[in-house]
Design a protein around this ligand. Structure first.
Ligand SMILES: Cc1cc2nc3c(=O)[nH]c(=O)nc-3n(C[C@H](O)[C@H](O)[C@H](O)COP(=O)(O)OP(=O)(O)OC[C@H]3O[C@@H](n4cnc5c(N)ncnc54)[C@H](O)[C@@H]3O)c2cc1C
Length: 383
C-alpha cells in the first residue's frame, strides 16, 4: 500500500499557507497535511498600511483558513501549546497530534507589553485592530505632530514604517492638512533598511527629507508616555504615536528549547532544515545570518520563497514528485510605497558576499501598480 506521511504545518500565515499549498499540489496522496493556526483567517499583513488609511476593508484582505479543506488540506483552529520535537508531537487546543514531518512558520510574536507605555499610548501598526484605530485617528487629525516609533530591532518588513510615513504625508496633502502637521520617524536603526546597504539608506533619507519627514535614527526608545516618546537623552512630544511593537520568537518555540544564540530558530540557509530531524522552519520565526554579520530581513517575500523550497523538497522526499530539489538562494525584493500612487522597489541577492547587492529602483507608477496587482493576486492565489 502507498505510504502517506503526516505533515504538520505550524501557522497559516504567508509561509505556512504557501508551503501547505505547494506540498499538497506536488505530493498529492503521499502527504496528509494539517495546518494549525490560532486565527481562523489568513490575513495579508502588507495591506495593514492601506487599512490604516481607510483604503481597505478587513474582509478584503483576509480569507478563512477553513477554505483550505476544499484543496484537501486539513485546518485546525486554535493555539499550539507545545512542540515536542523529540517525539514529533504537537500539543494544541484539540489535543495531541503525531507527525512524520513539521514545518514551523509561526511568524514573530508581537510584544507591545515589553516597551513601557506602548499599549496605552501608541497605536499598533502591526495588527489589523491597531491599523483600524490609526484610520480613526488620522480621520480627525487636523494639526500637531505624528510620530512613527520603532520600538526595537529586528522587526518584520523593514520598509513598513517608512512607507507609513510617506503614505500619511500624501494622505494629509490630499486632505489639505499637511501644512499643520509634522511627521517624524524615531528608530534604533542606523539608517532605513540597514541590510540593504548605505547607499539605499541614504536614498531613502533623501526621500524623507524631500517630503519634509523628520528622521531620528539610532534612538533607543525607553518608554512611550501620554503624548511623548521618551528616548535615552530626550523626550519627543507627539499628538499621535504610531508604533511598531517589540518582536520576539514565538513563546512556544522558545519553550521547546529550539531557539539558537540569535533568539530565533536557526536553519540551514539553503534547505531550511533545523537541527532536528524532519523539522523545517521558514519565515519570520527563523534567523539566517548573512556574510556581513547581519541577518536576512523578516519579510513575506522570503517566507514565500522559503515555503516553496520546502514544499517542493518535501514532496520530492515523499516520492510524490520527481522535480529536482531546490535551494533557497536569498533573492528577493520589496516595494516601498512613497505616496501619490508611486512606489520604489528594492531588489537583489541577500546572500551575495561580502554584502547583499541590492538595487533601489526609483519611485514610479509602474512599481505601484505592480504592488497593487500583487495584493490582488495574493488574495486569489493561495486560498
Ligand atoms: C504593516 C506590514 C507591512 C508589511 N509589508 C510587507 C511587504 O511589503 N513585503 C513583504 O515581503 N513583507 C511585508 N510584511 C511582512 C510579512 O507580512 C511577514 O514577513 C510575513 O507574514 C511572514 O510570514 P510567516 O509565515 O513567517 O508569519 P505570519 O504570516 O505572521 O504567520 C504566522 C502565523 O502563525 C500563527 N501563530 C503564531 N503563534 C501561534 C500559536 N502558538 N498557535 C497557533 N498559531 C500561531 C499566527 O496566527 C499567524 O497566522 C509586512 C508586515 C506588516 C505588519
Amino acid at each position: 500500500m502507498e505510504k502517506t506521511s503526516r505533515i504538520a504545518i505550524l501557522g497559516g500565515g504567508i509561509g505556512g499557507l504557501v508551503c501547505a499549498s505547494e506540498l499538497n499540489h506536488r505530493a498529492g496522496s503521499k502527504a496528509e497535511i494539517i495546518v494549525f493556526d490560532r486565527s481562523d483567517y489568513h490575513t495579508y499583513q502588507p495591506a495593514f498600511l492601506h487599512l490604516a488609511l481607510g483604503e481597505r476593508k478587513l474582509d478584503k484582505i483576509r480569507r478563512p483558513l477553513e477554505k483550505l479543506k476544499k484543496q484537501g488540506i486539513n485546518f485546525l483552529s486554535g493555539d499550539i501549546f507545545r512542540i515536542d520535537q523529540e517525539n514529533m508531537v504537537i500539543n494544541a487546543e484539540h489535543g495531541d497530534f503525531e507527525f512524520d514531518y513539521m514545518v514551523i512558520s509561526l511568524g514573530t510574536q508581537l510584544d507591545p507589553g515589553a516597551l513601557n507605555g506602548f499599549e496605552d499610548n501608541a497605536l499598533n501598526l502591526y495588527t489589523a485592530d491597531g491599523a483600524a484605530r490609526i484610520k480613526e485617528a488620522l480621520g480627525s487629525f487636523e494639526s500637531g505632530k505624528i510620530v512613527i516609533a520603532v520600538s526595537s530591532m529586528p522587526y518584520k518588513c523593514p520598509a513598513a514604517p517608512y512607507e507609513m510615513a510617506f503614505l500619511i504625508n500624501a494622505y494629509l496633502k490630499k486632505k489639505k492638512r499637511r501644512e499643520n502637521v509634522e511627521i517624524s520617524i524615531i528608530t534604533p536603526e542606523p539608517q532605513p533598511m540597514p541590510v540593504a546597504g548605505a547607499e539605499i539608506g541614504q536614498n531613502l533619507v533623501n526621500m524623507l527629507e524631500a517630503h519634509d519627514i523628520e528622521y531620528l535614527p539610532k534612538q533607543k526608545i525607553t518608554s512611550i508616555d501620554e503624548k511623548q516618546v521618551a528616548l535615552e537623552k530626550k523626550r519627543v512630544k507627539a499628538d499621535l504615536i504610531i508604533g511598531i511593537p517589540p518582536h520576539s520568537c514565538p513563546e512556544v518555540i522558545k519553550d521547546a528549547g529550539m531557539t539558537g544564540k540569535s533568539g530565533w530558530l536557526e536553519v540551514d540557509r539553503h534547505t531550511l532544515k533545523t537541527k532536528h530531524e524532519n523539522i523545517y522552519a521558514i519565515g519570520d520565526n527563523t534567523h539566517i545570518g548573512l556574510a556581513n554579520g547581519k541577518a536576512l530581513p523578516k519579510a513575506g517575500v522570503f517566507a514565500k520563497s522559503q515555503a516553496q523550497v520546502v514544499g517542493v523538497n518535501l514532496a520530492s522526499e515523499l516520492g510524490g514528485s520527481t522535480i529536482t530539489k531546490r535551494k533557497f538562494k536569498g533573492n528577493g525584493g520589496c516595494f516601498v510605497e512613497t505616496g501619490g500612487k508611486r512606489a520604489a522597489m528594492g531588489k537583489g541577492g541577500f546572500f551575495h558576499e561580502p554584502d547583499p547587492n541590492i538595487v533601489l529602483k526609483k519611485p514610479s507608477r509602474i512599481n505601484y501598480m505592480m504592488k497593487m496587482f500583487y495584493e490582488k493576486y495574493w488574495m486569489k492565489a493561495w486560498i
